[in-house]
Design a protein around this ligand. Structure first.
Ligand code: GLN
Length: 258
């Protein structure tokens, strides 16, 4: 299983988010505390963000993304092997972020295209789990891939899930409702693990379906969703398996997926 993390709130640097905490995503890449499938996440990493620029504040909307986006940085190498990114991450500020460190599911490639988050239109998406590469699931959810979304064609089991999510979002489904539908439909095809995470710059959504998921809100209106807590703050809440969490400026709400 991979580890993933999403943040929405006041601007933070990617360094603060991914490297700063005592049990950051960087640390989770080589020493996860709650990972039940696999031991290290060395097969790539990625971060997608909606940038925030001090010099171009959106009209009165302090803290909202006001730059182009989402942007991404992905690599096929372990995050710990890319020291230059740790430097660059100190200079990048964002109000909404999705990041993942990857432990490739056996049978799938190791190139950069497989590193999540995936991006389609204005959405970021990450899948923590494995589908079992069931042909019915690929056929039912992945085909045809949504036009113009290259990541929906990535040769990895997460791609059909992403393809279906984009299809539903393009039809106007809510960020979270679409993830719940994808999780339900995937489970009906194959008994895999489907912890999904998504962002649109203004909201986060995640499902807990086979692996751990936690959420934490901060005093200044920020919210995190994470495979495992990145520190020992008692404010982390475990999201029950079979649940959807949707988080926005007013906090996080948990409902059942089914
Ligand atoms: N199945 C996905 C992949 O191969 C996610 C892997 C994971 O969660 N470890 O990238």
């Amino acid at each position: 299983m991979c580890r993933h993390l999403a943040y929405l709130g006041p601007p933070v640097t990617l360094y603060e988010l991914l490297y700063g905490p005592p049990h950051s995503l960087h640390t989770q890449s080589y020493a996860p505390r709650e990972q039940s499938h696999g031991t290290v996440n060395a097969d790539g990493f990625g971060v997608g963000w909606y940038p925030y620029s001090e010099s171009e504040p959106a009209s009165g909307d302090t803290g909202r993304p006001n730059g182009p986006g989402p942007l991404r940085y992905r690599r096929a190498m372990p995050i710990w092997a890319d020291a230059s990114f740790a430097d660059a991450a100190r200079a990048i500020r964002a109000t909404c972020v999705v990041a993942a460190v990857r432990d490739a599911t056996p049978g799938f490639g190791m190139d950069e295209s497989c590193a999540q988050p995936f991006r389609g239109d204005t959405w970021l998406f990450s899948h923590n789990g494995a589908t079992g590469d069931d042909a019915a699931l690929t056929e039912r959810l992945g085909q045809p891939p949504p036009a113009g979304v290259l990541d929906a064609r990535t040769p990895v089991d997460s791609a059909p899930l992403f393809a279906h999510a984009v299809r539903l979002w393009r039809k106007g489904e809510d960020l979270g409702a679409a993830l719940a539908s994808v999780t339900r439909e995937a489970r009906a095809c194959a008994p895999g693990r489907y912890n999904l995470l998504a962002a649109d710059g203004r909201q986060l959504a995640g499902t807990a379906a086979g692996d751990t998921l936690y959420t934490r809100t901060t005093h200044d209106g920020g919210v995190y969703l994470a495979s495992e807590p990145f520190d020992d703050n008692p404010a982390w809440r475990r999201v029950p398996d079979g649940s959807l969490v949707v988080a926005g400026p007013n906090g996080a709400a948990i409902t059942a997926v089914a």
